[in-house]
Design a protein around this ligand. Structure first.
Ligand SMILES: *Cc1c(COP(=O)(O)O)cnc(C)c1O
Length: 363
């Protein structure tokens, strides 16, 4: 039998606000009095195009995205952008500079190296317990961008400042951190994120692209669904967008606004993460391996020190209704994902359990 879950700490697909799931459920059979579901509505109908427009505007409001930027919604997985970025921006002798700071950026670099001329400008060594040092890092001539992963979902590290690579357009994978912390979009040439961590059910990714960056390169021949210029020109309606994920992202953006916007949620996220890390740091039973100045605010990695002890912890936590605490299979250990939709009470329940588990195991 499946356990009854109270709080879901899984990294993605991940917890969503119950109030939005209820709204989606209530509207599922009869969307806005039309008598049919949003899932059955053509994507070029005025009604659905209105959903897309409102969702784009709400995202623009939340991140103060200026008119110099295009916003693209696509059914590509986040990983699709690993290929699309080099294919779109590295034609004609251009090089891509990469930062390898964990599992996701390593994969992005590996994918880009299959397709284009790329190099590593900065790296932190596995097990990636911090973001890289940029000391002595020097960009090669003809570099078109610097690519990095703002928050490494698997390894639990994050950049809390912009990487110090002056003059290179920044391209960032924000799959697990978009809308959880303040960003100045103007610092970036391109931001992308898969929706399934913080925003919506799986099936959607979002790219925010500066117009100059988009048009800097001579047009090259690309598969149309991978060509950012084509997706921009068709305002995300070139191919059928993932309508349910788009609809849900629209609900989420309104929810984030109702919470007070990104800065209000960032404060709560900061507090949630701090509580958990403080508890771990104060105990000699749990250990958080990531260096303090590189710790992720949304993916907190920790361990009891051995795979056996961690496995026991996961099993016991489940009996308390705390789910999804197993670390990623590539790095092991434990991980609590504390995205926007994880209430503070969830973190408190986790800490209560951790204290209880520690006292029982120490007997
Ligand atoms: C989850 C995740 C991805 C991969 O997402 P897919 O949609 O499965 O390709 C890429 N980057 C980061 C930072 C992630 O957290």
């Amino acid at each position: 039998m499946n356990p009854k879950i109270r709080y879901n700490f899984g990294a993605g697909p991940s917890t969503l606000p119950k109030i939005l799931l209820e709204q989606a459920q209530a509207e599922l059979l009869d969307w806005h009095g039309m008598g049919i579901s949003i899932l059955e509505l053509g994507h070029r109908t005025p009604q659905f195009m209105q959903v897309m427009e409102e969702m784009e505007q709400d995202l623009r409001d939340l991140l103060s995205i200026s008119a110099h930027y295009h916003v693209v919604f696509t059914s590509s997985p986040a990983r699709g952008h690993f290929s699309m970025i080099p294919l779109n921006f590295l034609s004609k002798g251009k090089k891509g500079a990469y930062c390898v700071s964990g599992v996701w950026s390593a994969m992005a670099y590996q994918e880009a190296s299959r397709l284009a001329d790329v190099y590593v400008l900065a790296r932190s060594e596995a097990p990636h317990h911090s973001t890289p040092s940029f000391e002595g890092a020097k960009a090669l001539e003809d570099s078109a961008y610097f690519y990095f992963t703002s928050n490494e979902t698997v390894d639990g590290n994050a950049f809390h400042q912009l990487p110090p690579v002056h003059d290179l357009p920044l391209v960032a994978d924000m799959s697990s951190s978009l809308l959880t912390e303040r960003v100045d979009v103007n610092d970036y040439a391109l931001i992308f994120a898969g929706a399934q961590k913080n925003i919506a059910p799986a099936g959607l990714s979002i790219a925010i692209i500066h117009d100059d960056f988009l048009h800097r390169q001579p047009a090259s021949v690309l598969p149309t669904v991978m060509d950012y210029r084509n997706l921009v020109a068709h305002r995300s309606l070139y191919a059928t967008p993932p309508v349910f994920s788009c609809y849900f992202a629209g609900l989420m953006f309104k929810w984030v606004k109702a919470q007070g916007g990104v800065s209000a949620l960032a404060k709560v996220n900061q507090r949630k993460a701090q509580k958990l890390y403080d508890f771990i740091d104060a105990s000699d039973f749990y250990h958080a391996p990531v260096a303090k100045d590189s710790r992720s605010m949304v993916n907190c990695c920790f361990t009891l020190g051995s795979p056996d002890k961690d496995a026991r912890f996961i099993e016991k936590a489940l009996a308390w209704g705390l789910y999804g605490l197993k670390g990623h299979r590539l790095v092991g250990g434990l991980r609590a994902s504390l995205y926007n939709s994880m209430p503070e009470a969830g973190v408190e329940a986790l800490i209560d359990f951790m204290a209880e588990h520690q006292s029982v195991e120490a007997l």
